[in-house]
Design a protein around this ligand. Structure first.
Ligand code: GN1
Ligand code: MG
Length: 360
């Protein structure tokens, strides 16, 4: 987009200072991001984002959640130094809404936090930090006074994901069912066990809390000296079981192979990452976790590779409608790699339980 069009969009927001430049920032896969520089020395710079409305259809829910969350986190940080560096701040548009819509496109603006760094390497040390940071984040949000909406409906609902797979199997749109029947059967054999979260919820034994739902080290901003500043990328923040943040981090970080590893021998569940992450998480989330939540963390570690197997496989049978693929069998390769990770986590279940018992 042209500079003058971008500047005209920024002008719809209640920012301070005179915009001198708008240029692309970062390489996010979902939203398109720009850095907005202001001319004056005493005004902040800003981040302008085009919101991906196809993935997040309800922008009112999306921005309502994000503003409620950042406002609440700021109350937790009250009186501490550097609050503006430790929590994102979104800027309303001139009409008071936290987004601006023009020509069917949705935009938002937040304050740019200068002099930060990101990390992407997964080590036991970074995993411990991620665990504690997201545990702390959940902890701050455990008493948020407003109800948040689901920005992606039933995002981590295992019963819903199985329903989607069963619909895909019934329709067999791609004609691929024959070659994956073994995996469908293996999934079905564990379905009862893996939908335990939804059952506990219906029985009133498991709460939904506010979770980040995209737990990774890339979604934390750090000071240049390595101190944690804040959690970013808040689009998927929504009510879920705490399992979402715990399990989805381990699904990617504790995999010794790649998410789509064609060589299943590379794929296994890394207990060193599990242990470091779990120690950090239990520390960060200690203030609110219930015994049922803690007991079921090993279930969470199994749930996410299981759920991702189901999601990739349903998409394969549907003919690759959701996930971008690089070759025709890609979603199947992904499914088999996630299944292998699930099996490996399953084999470590007792060890996970023992470790958690020893931590408590
Ligand atoms: C998608 O776009 P990305 O890679 O952050 C998906 C996640 C899956 C992941 C699997 C909105 O996340 O739920 O776990 O792919 N996000 C959405 O790689 O569906
Ligand atoms: Mg990804």
């Amino acid at each position: 987009m042209e500079q003058k069009d971008l500047q005209q969009i920024v002008a719809q927001f209640d920012i301070r200072g005179t915009v001198s430049d708008v240029k692309p920032l970062g390489n996010g896969l979902i939203n398109t991001t720009y850095k907005v520089t202001t001319a004056e020395a005493d005004t902040p710079d800003y981040v302008l984002q085009h919101i991906n409305n196809a993935i997040f259809p309800d922008v009112d829910i999306l921005m309502g959640n994000i503003v409620a969350v950042t406002d609440h986190v700021r109350t937790k940080l009250a009186g501490q130094a550097d609050i503006e560096r430790r929590c994102l701040r979104f800027i309303p548009a001139k009409d008071g809404k936290y987004y601006h819509c023009e020509g069917g496109k949705y935009w938002r603006v937040m304050v740019f936090i200068p002099d930060t760094m990101s990390m992407s390497e997964v080590t036991p040390e970074t995993s411990r930090i991620v665990g504690e940071t997201f545990g702390q984040f959940q902890s701050w949000l455990a008493d948020i006074p407003v109800e948040l909406g689901e920005t992606i409906k039933d995002f981590h609902n295992m019963e819903f994901r199985l329903w989607q797979l069963r619909e895909a199997v019934k329709a067999n749109k791609s004609g691929r069912l024959g070659e994956v029947q073994d995996l469908v059967d293996a999934i079905e054999a564990r379905a009862e066990e893996m939908t335990k979260g939804e059952r506990l919820y219906r029985e009133g034994k498991l709460p939904k809390r506010i979770c980040h739902c995209d737990t990774k080290v890339d979604n934390i901003l750090f000071e240049k000296n390595g101190d944690v500043l804040c959690v970013i990328d808040l689009d998927t923040v929504m009510p879920n079981f705490v399992f979402s943040d715990f399990g989805d981090y381990l699904r990617s970080a504790a995999n010794t192979g790649k998410e789509d590893d064609p060589n299943l021998e590379n794929v296994s569940f890394n207990m060193d990452i599990f242990k470091a992450f779990t120690e950090g998480y239990l520390k960060g989330a200690a203030a609110f976790l219930t015994p049922v939540e803690i007991e079921n963390l090993p279930y969470a570690a199994k749930l996410f590779p299981y759920m991702q197997t189901v999601r990739f496989l349903a998409d394969y049978i549907d003919g690759d409608l959701y996930y971008k693929t690089q070759y025709p069998e890609h979603n199947l390769v992904r499914s088999r790699a996630q299944w292998k990770l699930f099996e490996s986590a399953d084999q470590h279940e007792q060890e996970m339980k023992d470790f958690i018992a020893a931590c408590r």
